[in-house]
Ligand binder design. Sequence first.
Ligand code: SAM
Ligand code: SF4
Length: 324
Amino acid sequence: MFDAETSAIRTDWTREEIAGLYDLPFTELLFQAQTAHREHFDPAEVQISQLLSIKTGGCAEDCGYCNQSAHFDTGLKASKLMPVEEVKQAAEAAKAGGAQRFCMGAAWRELKDRDVDAICEMVSSVRDMGLETCMTLGMLTPEQADKLSDAGLDYYNHNIDTSPEYYSEIITTRTFEDRLDTLAHVRDSGMKVCSGGILGMGESREDRVGMIHALATMPAHPGSVPINALIPIEGTPLEKAPKVDNLEFIRTIAVARMTMPTSMVRIAAGRETMSDETQALCFAAGANSIFYGETLLTAGNPAVEKDRALFEKLGLKAMGAGHA
Ligand code: SAM
Ligand code: SF4
């Protein structure tokens, strides 16, 4: 059982222990998660990351939740890899808007060697602006991971999405093990891992336990753990999946915080449809990272204004650069 007095960083969690944390009375769960949070972080600080899609749509994978898969007709228009100059401009705007980390995502099954040089140039120019860099480009070979690491990439995102058992219900074009292999290459290259999953894909509580277990028993905890709530998208197999209960989402944040106490736990996709109260409970449960919108945001964007107002109401402040 979790012991706040002696909360060592453990990678030997059992599924039973994690299921036990999920079952705690909600008030006790929040107290324990908040205690773990305060041991390692200022509870009033939230990291702000901004996301840019550098290559949209037309993806060869069949992830059942994704509007970027070429397997489903979602009406999304595919685009080519964005030129480096445009990426730089977007990063400048993100920095001016207060972002600490700039995350660049491509709808690829895997990184192709022909694109490595352009990607490395994006990484080094964004880094030179003083932003932390994160990329999510699909599967990597060990050599590609080394090249990205040498270019100065801080984080690589590669979500495990769900439990090992439920994975094949959601994606058939790759396996859970493929995902773990890329994560191992990222770790071996010295980059930090960003890995989490999605709730609300029709999975059971046991699957949520299995997902947290897989993350919390990796050789080292991911530096960032994004927890997404499914955004149901018309035309995808999961368009009618039952919405995850908000309290279950908050419980998952709390359990992630307790089992991986030094990781940044991020409320990722799905935040737009959450009430201020739900988000406040997520922060109280130990979430300390958010995405500032899904696309490039410019001053005056209503989503940004809404977030500023929420931070104001909750007395939260943006985390400065240089954190874990
Ligand atoms: N192609 C790369 C990959 O899959 O790793 C990177 C891009 S992909 C869009 C990044 C992550 O976004 C996915 O792993 C998934 O967890 C999340 N995601 C995608 N579509 C989503 C949706 N409709 N709702 C919630 N999360 C979603
Ligand atoms: Fe979407 Fe990434 Fe899956 Fe491609 S690999 S379908 S972009 S989640």
